[in-house]
Design a protein around this ligand. Structure first.
Ligand code: SF4
Length: 228
């Protein structure tokens, strides 16, 4: 990263991506639902994790039923998301911990915490990492965190927004500091979509990319773009 881009660069990138992928509006949900959705999405795609979550909610419309049924019963409806034994155990442990600590199966209370306190609180749950916490707190509580998944990390790296020795873990703090907070939600979602549809891991579609004039990797010839 030569130097940190200016806020207006982030705003222009946000505008260009929104023109291509659409404006995004937050639709807050019960944070526990988002947490479970995000656990199901680990190591798989939306094509598998979204139906798995829907099946889980069909099987257990009330989280208390899932808690009482146990991890083996949670496993079956989430099979499509993969790693079902591990994911079902984590989900069940989280439900059990909430029940023991609060007596209710909801995470709505975290939205009333200070952001840093909420961050530490969710990070202490079993199997929950920084990306998951950032998604829950940004999406459902409008707290200032910038989730970094594999797509966001790749796009940000190519754009030159991250230092050479960055990792997805470090990138969260770098991007959170650099990007204006009012852009977090829309820019995150549209960078994910851009990574899926255009800025692929190999042979990205740079010739049709609205960000090419902002992209360090394209400018420096560091990516092998697919043909015109
Ligand atoms: S120009 Fe190419 S490498 Fe750069 S963001 Fe666009 S698709 Fe990705």
């Amino acid at each position: 990263m030569a130097k940190r881009p200016r806020p207006r660069t982030f705003r222009r990138v946000d505008e260009l991506l929104a023109a291509r992928y659409g404006q995004r509006r937050r639709e807050p949900r019960e944070p526990l639902d988002t947490l479970v959705r995000t656990i199901l999405s680990q190591n798989t795609t939306d094509v598998n994790s979204i139906p798995a979550f829907e099946r889980l909610k069909e099987a257990f419309p009330d989280w208390r039923d899932a808690l009482e049924a146990g991890p083996r019963a949670i496993e079956r409806p989430i099979e499509q998301a993969g790693l079902a034994p591990t994911k079902s155990r984590r989900i069940h442990e989280i439900l059990g911990r909430l029940d023991a600590q609060r007596g209710e199966l909801s995470l709505a209370y975290v939205c009333d915490m200070a952001p840093d306190e909420a961050w530490e609180h969710l990070l202490a749950l079993p199997g929950v990492g920084p990306k998951t916490v950032a998604i829950v707190l940004l999406f459902d509580c409008a707290m200032p965190f910038f989730p970094v998944d594999t797509h966001v990390f790749r796009v940000a790296t190519r754009l030159g927004w991250l230092p050479d020795d960055s990792t997805p873990g470090k990138a969260h703090d770098t991007l959170r500091d650099a990007i204006p907070a009012d852009l977090y939600f829309q820019l995150h979602l549209n960078m994910v979509q851009h990574g899926r549809e255009c800025c692929h891991p190999s042979r990205p579609d740079c010739h049709h990319c609205p960000l090419s004039r902002f992209c360090a990797a394209y400018r420096d010839g560091e990516v092998e773009a697919r043909g015109e």
